[in-house]
Design a protein around this ligand. Sequence first.
Ligand code: PCA
Length: 154
Amino acid sequence: MTQVLKRVFVYGTLKRGEPNHIWLTTKENGVSQFVAKGKTVAKFPLVIGTRYNIPFLLNKQGVGHQIEGEIYEVDDNMFARLDVLEDYPKYYDREPQVIVTEHNETLDCWLYLIRKFPESMLEKPLLTSYHNTPEQAYSENYADSTADDLFNDD
Ligand code: PCA
């Protein structure tokens, strides 16, 4: 049976050139195909937060900017691996959102977002696009912390 692929919109560390992109290219994780670059139709606050410099798309639609990212089609195995990376549903949640591609098509895609966050997160710079930099380097050593711990020690 051929498998129905799911569309995922990535805006953070899963993008090309960013620290977790390897999850999408590791064959053992399953199938992923790049579709197009795109941006959310809705505005969202995208911030870099905690001492681990994690990109967070906060669930507060209408605040911030349309967020730039990349669309991938993934099989169920890859989708399950991404859920592990994002610690869904404990840490990031996910929901379908409308994405407009660089070719002006609109596509429904899954995206990961944070539903429970301290209001102080909204005082950080609201980004249009995430990029990992040495000045604010992403660290994956947050694996042992819960979302609440992470936000508390920010
Ligand atoms: N990875 C996911 C969500 C945030 C992150 O770092 C992404 O790139 O879309």
